[in-house]
Design a protein around this ligand. Structure first.
Ligand code: ATP
Ligand code: MG
Length: 587
């Protein structure tokens, strides 16, 4: 491809709304453009990368024994009513009516549709096990679409569904898919971890997430420094607190003007955050409000909170107005003592003594407060997130890192098949409800996650298997030299003949512009050629990732480049064990 004929739409400046590196770079490199909140068009450069990811996903799914199909994006409400999710799914499900007033939704996921298909088409155990997948756009009306395509409303997903006669077979199928996912993310050149996860509103019992490790990740994941424990932080139980010390000081009311956060109060009173309690007002399951109390240095585990029967799901924090109507003070002065609301305290907050908390009076706090003596013993639950360096379940200390969820695999069991009546006859002619697994990959999210993990101040550093082009040929001032144009054209054509995905930057622009764009769009290898190189009969081969530069004789440059790329590919595909995927656990 010649740049002069390619829709390259690079921008010097990142649009102000872009908060993350991937969002900025996707826009600056001209890969995507937003049409509406969370809805993006893919431009030719971006689409080349998206198709690469899709290609690897498709190849490995096929190799793992799955079969591709394509389901509809529009789904009838009736199926969702049968599974119970029409009501359960909430406002993320975009619902609408057709001209006959029939209700539909835009598919956020396809358990209902595939299970209905299986109910109609798979009648005998002889067809089992089977794994079907598609690569298709999903729509979720996310409350906060953000970070560009990392959390879009319309996004590309690979979703797979497996059907089995019994749980044993489901477990084998799940293990197979887990191995397929390992291969996919290894081949893409990403650093990732598999963690135990919550099944959310998809359902089922066992589920694991694949996370691309990146500082900017929305999820926190907890790893043990000495065992293979790895789980989403929300699922990691914190170690139990010690016993509550006895009361030793008197309660005292202090003025804390202007101090609203725990940090501000602790600094003002010259105490540590762990000696303070923080109070959060959320909606209760009975429609009223409830006060959650945590130790000042602890963070709320939102998943644990919303899974409590007293708390509404999804979790909703009270507005400032609701708090003022209830407490007659601002959120910064709340506390459990004299609270008009029911209290649910985290067990570590309940184990505190002689603590500081809001006095429920504007700009005032109480110090030296003790449960039982100054306020009733609270109801307790585990509401906090585990912290780094705490004891990890199963041994060792916890390390906490950030990740981007790019894949999620579930053992669903019979949740959908029972609801939709997907039953087959077994060998004895007896009806059996199908066991199901489901397996998602956020294909478009993978593109952004890869950038989060692979970029520098100058632009994207694509792992080779995802790169939009493998090589860019950059001539230095070719418009001034017919001799150079001829040599570069010859090099470009030879690379094409060798099957290398090459971009020839033939624009009439300053070399600085060409270099800056090559860096921004992240092409892994460059061949740079100027007049002086012609005299020396040498081309410069540059590696974007390491900035290494090699000098090769011009007549050999194309072959050496092709050879280098082939070497990289054979290295990356030999990382995970192929036999593990295809033979050992084939469904
Ligand atoms: P999240 O926790 O990030 O909201 P999820 O758990 O709701 O995701 P799943 O239902 O497990 O998502 O969907 C399968 C995969 O689809 C996810 O692992 C993720 O990679 C991708 N995905 C989900 N929501 C989005 C989104 N809004 N934008 C882009 N990709 C998404
Ligand atoms: Mg998920």
């Amino acid at each position: 491809m010649r740049t002069s004929e390619f829709l390259l739409l690079t921008l010097r400046e990142a649009p102000a709304e872009a908060e993350t590196a991937s969002h900025r770079l996707l826009l600056r490199a001209g890969m995507v453009r937003q049409l509406a909140a969370g809805i993006y068009n893919w431009l030719p450069l971006g689409l080349r990368v998206l198709r690469k990811v899709e290609g690897i996903v498709r190849e490995e799914m096929n190799r793992g024994g799955a079969q591709e199909l394509l389901m509809t994006g529009v789904q009838p409400a009736e199926l969702w009513r049968k599974s119970g999710r029409w009501e359960e799914y909430g406002p993320e499900l975009l619902r609408f009516r057709d001209r006959h007033e029939r209700e539909f939704c835009l598919g956020p996921t396809h358990e209902e549709v595939i299970t209905d298909l299986a109910r109609g088409e798979i009648r005998s155990y002889r067809r089992l096990p089977i794994c079907l997948y598609q690569i298709q756009s999903k729509f979720r009306d996310e409350i906060r679409p953000r970070f560009g395509i990392l959390r879009g409303r319309e996004f590309l997903m690979k979703d797979a569904y497996s059907f089995h006669l019994d749980e044993d077979c489901l477990r084998r199928g799940y293990k197979n898919m887990r191995a397929v996912y390992h291969r996919i993310f290894s081949r893409l050149g990403l650093t990732f971890r598999v963690v135990t996860a919550d099944s959310g509103n998809i359902g089922g019992s066992v589920s694991e997430e694949f996370h691309v490790l990146a500082e900017s990740g929305e999820d926190q994941i907890a790893l043990s420094d000495s065992s293979d424990y790895a789980a989403n932080l929300e699922l990691t139980p914190p170690p139990p607190p010690g016993a509550r010390p006895p009361p030793v000081v008197q309660r005292r009311e202090v003025t804390t003007p202007g101090a609203h956060s725990i940090e501000e109060v602790a600094a003002l009173l010259e105490i540590e955050a762990r000696q303070c309690l923080k109070s959060l007002v959320v909606q209760g399951s009975d429609g009223g409000l409830i006060l959650l109390v945590l130790r000042g240095d602890h963070q709320l585990n939102r998943l644990a909170a919303e899974n409590r029967p007293e708390v509404a799901k999804p979790l909703r924090f009270a507005t400032e107005k609701e708090i003022r109507d209830c407490f007659a003070c601002s959120p910064g002065s709340l506390g459990p003592r004299g609270s008009p609301l029911p209290i649910l305290a985290d067990e570590a907050a309940a184990a505190c003594a002689n603590f500081c908390c809001g006095a429920n009076l504007e700009g005032r706090h109480d110090t030296g407060v003790n449960w039982v003596r100054d306020l009733p013993e609270p109801h307790t639950a585990v509401l906090r997130l585990a912290q780094a360096n705490e004891a990890a379940p199963g041994g060792g200390r916890l390390r906490i890192t950030r990740g981007i969820e790019v894949g999620h695999i579930f053992q669903l069991g019979s949740k959908y098949s029972a609801a939709l009546g997907a039953v087959v006859l077994d060998a004895a002619g007896k009806p059996r409800t199908l066991e199901m697994g489901c397996y998602g990959i956020g294909v478009s999210r993978v593109v952004a996650a890869a950038i989060e993990q692979h970029h520098d101040a100058r632009g994207i550093r694509w792992p080779l298997p995802m790169a939009p082009f493998q090589v860019v040929v950059v001539p230095v001032n070719q418009h001034k030299s017919g001799r150079l144009r001829a040599a570069v054209t010859q090099l470009y054509e030879r690379l094409l003949e060798l099957g290398v995905e090459v971009l020839y930057d033939d624009r009439h622009a300053r070399p600085g512009v060409l270099f800056a764009d090559a860096e921004l769009i992240g092409v892994p290898y460059w061949l740079v050629l100027g007049e002086r190189d012609l005299d020396l009969n040498e081309a410069e081969f540059r590696i974007r990732d390491t900035d290494e530069r090699l000098r090769w004789p011009i007549p050999e440059a194309a072959e050496r480049t092709a050879h280098h790329i082939a070497g990289q590919f054979s290295r990356s595909s030999s990382v995970p064990d192929r036999t593990n995927v295809t033979d050992a656990v084939r469904m």
